[in-house]
Design a protein around this ligand. Structure first.
Ligand SMILES: Cc1cc2nc3c(=O)[nH]c(=O)nc-3n(C[C@H](O)[C@H](O)[C@H](O)COP(=O)(O)OP(=O)(O)OC[C@H]3O[C@@H](n4cnc5c(N)ncnc54)[C@H](O)[C@@H]3O)c2cc1C
Length: 413
């Protein structure tokens, strides 16, 4: 259990600036666990293992670990113990949430929370057993170590692949794309809880809604989101739509604080068995690299936490093979449980006309709150599935029937 910091491995600046420049060195470092990628899944797993006394090397190709996100979740997505553990990085919490559709507005009492990239980054930097290398690419991964962009190697008994999403054969996708703008307003906005979806807006480019997080009495994060067939983002157009939305709400923008954007995968069909059979045996992927995300929201925080808990229970010393086996089994089981979500996604993307996709969600949000909570947590019951599909479908019946077969969707029909 030994990391040897030397001239090539600089201790990260605890204030969060990129302390590791492109230092080229061939020196070697040893760690128990090396994680390629310093994104959400990698950081959550690294913190969980470091808490158990493991020494973790986290290697991030970008300037900083954790990127530039606001990661949100429903409090009911997590077990209470996981929620408590996440406590120090929770930047905002709200006691409820609401949704707005053309036909109704609904308030829900499900608490909502966000963690920010900055909060998670600082927590990782402050964790004793984690050594972070930024601006450093992992060029090669073996089951016993990695080779970095500067030619140096780090050996470890356990190497985890957290390099983020990569297109996969056998994974058919739609997209959830969005731009978020955090603004300071001239006057209080009067919002006390997040608006998870305001779908009363013009339905262009698929299912479109505005997401509003009130961060302080005068500060809001406003996101324009589209469930679209196209995985391309016109940043300026969405940003100006956001500012138009703010103006329409009577919000006077005093200052633009920051922006964020993303194109998240929405799974329509997934042959996970075939995917895993193609993942080289020396790799142990986690997070998006392992297609571990909620098929309908594209979010992955709760699943990353489950993965961290799973790895935390494995026998020591941890090995790449043991992590690979455990995560593969978990991913295959999760994929089976998610089949119904992919069916609903096919209904949304393939059966509903783009401008009418909102009707599917409008109908869903009339269901009981507890069911909605289980849906977001990815833990729906057989009776929930029946309730979701019962009655007259909100899309043409013939098209809905064609969406039933995942095999057909995989075959591109
Ligand atoms: C703006 C935005 C907002 C979001 N909001 C939410 C939300 O509210 N809730 C939620 O659950 N999800 C949200 N998501 C989705 C969530 O961010 C992703 O699902 C999550 O980041 C995936 O985690 P990951 O660790 O698998 O991959 P990533 O976070 O993408 O991390 C992968 C990391 O690996 C690094 N990397 C890649 N190749 C190499 C290499 N060769 N060597 C070293 N490093 C490498 C990348 O630079 C990157 O930092 C959001 C996404 C975006 C873009």
């Amino acid at each position: 259990m030994n990391i040897r910091p030397d001239s090539s491995i600089k201790r990260p600046d605890r204030r969060g600036t990129a302390a590791l420049g492109a230092t080229h060195s061939t020196s070697r470092v040893k760690a128990d666990i090396v994680i390629a990628g310093g994104g959400l899944a990698a950081c959550v797993v690294a913190m969980r293992l470091a808490e158990q006394g493991e020494r973790v090397a986290l290697i991030e190709a970008g300037e900083n670990i954790c990127g530039n996100h606001t990661w949100s979740f429903h409090r009911t997505d997590l077990d209470p113990s996981d929620y408590r553990r996440l406590g120090p990085v929770i930047a905002h919490e709200w006691p409820g949430q609401k949704v707005i559709f053309p036909r109704f507005t609904r308030s829900l009492t499900t608490p909502y929370a966000s963690i920010t990239s900055d909060a998670l980054r600082q927590a990782v930097y402050a964790t004793e057993n984690i050594e972070t290398l930024e601006n450093m690419r992992v060029e090669e991964m073996r089951d016993s170590g990695v080779t970095l962009g500067d030619g140096s190697r780090i050996d470890a008994s356990c190497v985890i692949d957290g390099r983020g999403f990569a297109p996969m054969e056998g994974l058919k996708l739609g997209f959830q794309k969005f731009v978020g703008v955090e603004v300071e307003l001239g006057r209080p906005h009067g919002e006390s809880v997040p608006t998870i979806m305001d779908a009363s807006v013009d339905q262009k480019d698929g299912y479109r809604f505005i997401y509003v997080l009130p961060l302080s009495p005068t500060r809001v994060l406003i996101e324009d989101t589209r469930y679209s067939d196209e995985g391309t983002l016109e940043f300026e157009a969405l940003q100006s739509d956001i500012l138009a939305y703010a103006a329409n709400r009577g919000w006077v923008v005093k200052q633009l604080i920051r922006t964020e954007n993303g194109i998240l995968p929405i799974a329509l069909a997934h042959d996970a068995e075939a995917h895993w059979s193609r993942v080289p045996s020396h790799l142990a992927p986690i997070g998006m690299r392992a297609a571990l995300f909620h098929p309908t929201t594209g979010y992955s925080l709760p699943i990353a936490i489950d993965t961290a808990n799973l790895i935390a229970t494995l026998k020591r010393p941890l090995t790449t093979a043991a992590v690979r086996k455990a995560v593969e089994e978990y991913a295959l089981a999760t994929n089976q449980q998610q089949a119904f979500f992919r069916f609903l996604n096919r209904m949304l993307f393939r059966a509903a006309a783009p401008r009418k996709r909102y009707v599917v969600l409008q109908r869903f949000y009339r269901l009981p709150q507890a069911l909605i909570q289980r849906f977001y947590a990815g833990r729906i019951r057989p009776t929930d599935k029946l309730r979701i599909v019962a009655g007259k479908p909100p899309v043409p019946i013939q098209k809905a029937v064609r969406c039933v077969s995942e095999a057909r969707a995989l075959a591109g029909e």
